[in-house]
Design a protein around this ligand. Sequence first.
Ligand SMILES: [Ca+2]
Ligand SMILES: [Ca+2]
Ligand SMILES: [Ca+2]
Ligand SMILES: [Ca+2]
Length: 342
Amino acid sequence: MNHKYNTFLICALIISVISCSPDDDDNIVSVPENDRTEQQVVDNDTLVNYLNTHYYNSSEVNALANPTIADVVITELTVGDILPSDATLLMTDVELKTTTYLDVEYNYYILRIKQGESTSSPRFCDKVRVNYSGSLMDGYNFDRSSTPVDFDLTAVIPGWSRVMPEFNASNSFISNTDGTISYNGYGMGVMFLPSGLGYYATYSGSIPSYSNLVFKFELLQTETSDHDFDNIPTYMEVIEEDYNLYGKDTDGDLVVDFIDVDDDGDGTPTADEVRIQTFSEDTRVELEATLASLILDSNQLISPVKYNSDRNNFSANLVTILDDNGNGTPNYLDDTESERIE
Ligand SMILES: [Ca+2]
Ligand SMILES: [Ca+2]
Ligand SMILES: [Ca+2]
Ligand SMILES: [Ca+2]
């Protein structure tokens, strides 16, 4: 795993004027920001032109059961060339998507090669394990994973947190004798992002300001996040439909819910205002089988599985969300809980 590049992507921007570098701060150049709406028009024109003038080896890729990102070859169709019969123009196969980010409506494009066979898709605030390769519009490959890499989608460029939930993870994996893992049935595709859903004005390392980005990726695994470990998964503590991490602050203390361990500010930690039953097994497979056998009520959920190094086992919590006074607001969000009916 190339730590330098991982750091680089993790440092990708929630707010584009903040920057960080894999190496040092000397190669960061901050420039005045262009108007986002105007830049989006420019970037979309560039993306559309790219998609109309590049093709991929569709027949070859589609014939593979488990294509990898290395199998997908994107080639420029120069003027006078004829599209090869075993290839498809990118524009023919991509899906146009739109999203709002920082009050600007953006177009971005997805080439969906494999949907992925797991029933689970990451939410925009979850963690993913991926293989990926990132390039600029001129084909320059600025970053790639050599082994699978884990990312928190809340800490990467906005394009990733929008594209990854479109795909499903793998449905099985095999641990090889050499310590590597082979994944089967993973989701796989290519995303074509305007700079506004990438690094935008930041010039960092080998990515110039206002670069559109092409990422090939394999979505191997996904895991529900609980950033504040309060047993309420992050997706329940944010505004998921708006990709908004910062839209909920129940007690108004300026610490938003997904990183607030006492969401209603009543002095009792959220983790103590839900009922928790812990399940442990020696292996993840055994634990997942146990969890799968549980029948959940509508106010119950299962926390992410975690590995306990001290006990060398795996555990997860069955979380029951309580509403003791029956007013429709769960205890952990209800600071009138002292009036609750015992
Ligand atoms: Ca939480
Ligand atoms: Ca708060
Ligand atoms: Ca919380
Ligand atoms: Ca509380």
